[in-house]
Design a protein around this ligand. Structure first.
Ligand code: TUI
Length: 309
């Protein structure tokens, strides 16, 4: 299953793994790339030397191309931007900001640049700055989100730019992938589905929360702070939302979330940890290998498109 995006990324299937903080480490990225998708190491807020180590560990596990997600709120983003060049990484995706200041040097080094956008305006800006493709990410996604749904955002971004568009948010099976293609996407990016993958290092408690989640089990914290984050409802989100409603100061709110993603991912603290996940969590019923996930979504997509024809 080829598309303009598999050409850009050098992978077999148009299935990209989201660059999730703490979750998207070398084992997951390598497993996704080995399975024919495109794995991504999430640099998130990691120190730059850790990101370099992660890239090297990933190279040791796979000869296939993989990428790095540069989270633009990371104070180390400048250093990470250079490391991806030094390590010859095939592609970068970016999140939570505008990567324009890195674009020229990434392009000059031959790194493919795929910013994640949540609006047409940002997509157009990124195309003008030289992006090879964009990920149009709907608010169904887990983690830091924009305000438009995938179903509304995707066709508008597809019409706004000439570069390929990758759909993200609310996609976890072949039907979702087929729907994204119908709306003009050239590939899909999935996060939550890969959090629950066998090769994902995420704590079993967190994976269980995703597998047991229902359609309405996610919520969005931080609407008032300008950093909305979608995660599964738990004690932490209840306290956060209560404090947010009361107009508690940002510093107080941040105390609740400091280290809370690591607590969930590594320690399995599903009570006070942040369980970032998308609205599609309710569709995920079991822990599967990356290979089974990718084969399943691709064959499911082909089946749906075949029936449609
Ligand atoms: O980046 C993400 N998802 C993330 S980043 C993250 S780490 C974090 N944790 C807590 C608070 C903030 C970050 C967890 N999940 N997705 C891509 C994405 N990018 N979604 C939305 C955006 C975005 C937002 C604003 C892209 C550009 C943008 O532009 C603002 C500007 O600079 O004009």
């Amino acid at each position: 299953m080829k598309s303009s995006v598999t050409e850009i990324l050098g992978c077999e299937y148009p299935v990209i793994q989201g660059g999730m903080a703490w979750v998207a480490e070398h084992n997951l990225a390598a497993a996704v790339s080995e399975a024919g998708g495109f794995g991504i190491i999430g640099a998130a807020s990691a120190p730059a030397d850790i990101v370099r180590e992660e890239i090297r560990k990933c190279k040791a596990l796979t000869d296939k191309p993989f990428g790095v997600n540069v989270m633009l709120l990371n104070p180390n983003a400048d250093e990470v931007a250079d490391i991806v060049i030094e390590e010859g990484v095939r592609a970068v995706t970016t999140g939570a900001g505008n990567p324009a200041k890195y674009m020229e040097k990434w392009k000059a080094a031959g790194v493919k640049v795929i910013p994640v956008v949540a609006s047409c305006a940002m997509a157009v800006m990124m195309e003008r700055a030289g992006a090879d493709a964009v990920v149009a990410e709907g608010m169904e996604s887990g983690g830091h989100i924009g305000s438009t749904t995938t179903f509304a955002l995707l066709p508008q971004v597809v019409d706004a730019v000439k570069i390929p568009v990758i759909a993200a948010g609310g996609i976890a099976d072949g039907r979702g992938m087929a729907a994204a293609f119908m709306l003009g996407a050239q590939a899909v990016q999935m996060g939550t589905r890969f959090v629950a993958a066998k090769e994902s290092i995420v704590h079993a408690n967190y994976k269980e929360k995703i597998v047991k989640a229902k359609d309405i089990d996610s919520t969005v914290t931080g609407m008032s702070t300008g950093h909305p984050v979608r995660c599964l409802r738990n004690k932490m989100t209840r306290e956060y939302l209560k404090m947010e409603k009361e107009g508690v100061e940002l510093m107080e709110l941040e105390k609740l979330t400091l280290g809370s993603l690591k607590r969930a991912v590594i320690d399995g603290d599903v009570v006070t940890g942040t369980l970032m996940a998308g609205q599609i969590a309710g569709l995920i019923k079991s822990e599967e290998s990356c290979s089974d996930i990718i084969k399943g979504i691709v064959s499911g997509c082909e089946k749906v498109i075949g029936e449609y024809k």
